[in-house]
Design a protein around this ligand. Sequence first.
Ligand SMILES: O=P(O)(O)OC[C@H]1O[C@H](O[C@H]2O[C@H](CO)[C@@H](O)[C@H](O)[C@H]2O)[C@H](O)[C@@H](O)[C@@H]1O
Ligand SMILES: O=c1ccn([C@@H]2O[C@H](COP(=O)(O)OP(=O)(O)O)[C@@H](O)[C@H]2O)c(=O)[nH]1
Length: 449
Amino acid sequence: MVSNRVALPDQTATGGLASAMRAALQERGGVWFGWSGKVARQAGGEVHRQTDGQVEYATMDLSRTDHDDFYDGFANRTLWPLLHYRPDLVDYDRKHLAGYLRVNNLFAEQLISLIGPNDLVWINDYHLIPLAAMLRERGVRNRIGFFLHTPLPAASLLIALPRHLELLETLASYDLVGLHTPRDQRALQEYFLYEVGATMRRDGRIRTPEGRNFRAEVFPIGIDTAAVAEWASHADEHEEIHDLRQSLEGRALIIGVDRLDYSKGLPERFHAYARLLERSPQLHRKVSFLQIAPTSRGGVPEYRQIRRELERMAGHINGEYAAPDWVPIRYVNNSYPHSLLSGYYRSARVGLVTPLRDGMNLVAKEYVASQDPEDPGVLVLSRFAGAAQELRDALLVNPADTEEVAEALGIALEMSLHERRVRWRRMMDVLEKQDVTAWRNAFLRRLAE
Ligand SMILES: O=P(O)(O)OC[C@H]1O[C@H](O[C@H]2O[C@H](CO)[C@@H](O)[C@H](O)[C@H]2O)[C@H](O)[C@@H](O)[C@@H]1O
Ligand SMILES: O=c1ccn([C@@H]2O[C@H](COP(=O)(O)OP(=O)(O)O)[C@@H](O)[C@H]2O)c(=O)[nH]1
C-alpha cells in the first residue's frame, strides 16, 4: 500500500485516507509506504521502518524543497483545487510540477526494493498519479492499482491542469483505477475518450492509442462500521464526553468535524447556522453548534486565509447572539482520536456535513455509525459529497444555499423519533454492508483478477 499520508501507530489519523488505510490494513496486513510527515534538514529519502501487528511501515522524510514544491505546491495548490472544482485557485508554477515529478521518482526508487514478485501494489491518491508509469519504466510487472480519493471533474475542467495530457495519461500504466462514484468514473472515461483518443473495449476496459488497457471502476470507500459503533457505545466511559454533555445543559447539539479546508464549505455552514438563529428566535439558548476543525496544510496560503475567515465569523456570530450563559458556536482547532470523536458524534442531535465538493467524506459515515439506535440523531449532508450517493436518507442539501441548509437544520432538530429511527436504520444497513473491509476486498479482488 502506498500513499503520501501514512498514519503511524501512535498518531491520530486526521484525514479520511489515513483512517481508511489503517482500518483496511490492520486485519489483512501488508507494507504501507509513504511520507513520514517530517521535513528533513538534509536531502530527504531516508527510509524508516517499524512494525505494528501485521503492518510494516516504511516511511520517508522529504527535504524542505521537495515538501514545498510537491506537497504544498503541485499536490495541494494545483491538483487539489482543480479536483475540487476551484480552477480560480490553481497555481501554475512550473517549479512545483518539477518537484512533483521529482518526488514521485524518489518514491519509485525507494519502493522498488519493497516490492516482491507476487505482490499486489496499491497506490493512493492525487499525490502519486505518475508513480505506476515510473515503476513500469524500472521494469516492475506486478499488478498495480490506483485509487483516487478526491472527486474527478469533467474533462472540460481537467484540461485547465498544466500539462494535463502528460500527467493524466500515465493513469493507463495502472491495471485498475478506482473511484468513489459513477460520476467520477464517467469523467475519467470521457477524458480518455476525448482528450487521449482512447476507445472503450467490449469488456469495459479503456484502450489507449498506444495499446495499453486498464479498468476504471467504482468502489465507494467505507468505514470500520462495527468498531465505530462499539467505541460510541462506550462513550459514557470518557470524562471528556461526560464534560461535553454536562456543559450542554439539555441543549440540542449540532456537530461538524472537518479538516480546515476551503472544500469543506465551513464559511457557508456558519452562515447557515446564523440564518437558523435569525429565523428561529425560539431556538436561542436551546441549541449549540460545535465545529471541530483541525488545522490542515498550513503552508498553503489559502488554508491560512480560511482559518482567519472562520475565526472572524465565529466571533461575529457569537458577538451577535451569545448570552452570558450561552455561546452559540464552539469553534475548536484541535484534533481528537476516533474513540473520542465517536462519543462527540453520539452526543449530537444533528451531524452537519456540508462540503462544497468531497470525494467521499467519512465523517458523514462515522456520525451515522456512532448513533444510539434507540435515539439516533439526523445527518444533514451536502449533495456534493460522494457519501450522498449512498446515504440517501440523510437530509440532502446544497451547501451554498444558506436558506436550504438553515431549513434542513430546523427540520432535523424537530424530527420525530420514529422518522429518525427509520432514516438511521436504512443508512446503517448501507454502512454495515459496505464497510472498509468490503471496500478493500472488492478492490483487491478486482486488481488480482
Ligand atoms: O494528508 P493531508 O494533506 O493531511 O489531507 C488529508 C486527506 O485528505 C483527502 O482525503 C480524501 O480521502 C477520504 C477517504 O477516501 C475521502 O473521504 C475524502 O473525501 C477525501 O478528501 C485526501 O484525498 C487524502 O490524500 C489526504 O490524506
Ligand atoms: O479531530 C479529528 C478530525 C477528523 N478526524 C478524522 O479524519 C477523517 C476525515 O475524513 P473525511 O473523509 O471526512 O475528509 P478528509 O479530511 O479526508 O478530506 C475522519 O476519519 C475523521 O474521523 C480525526 O480522527 N480527528
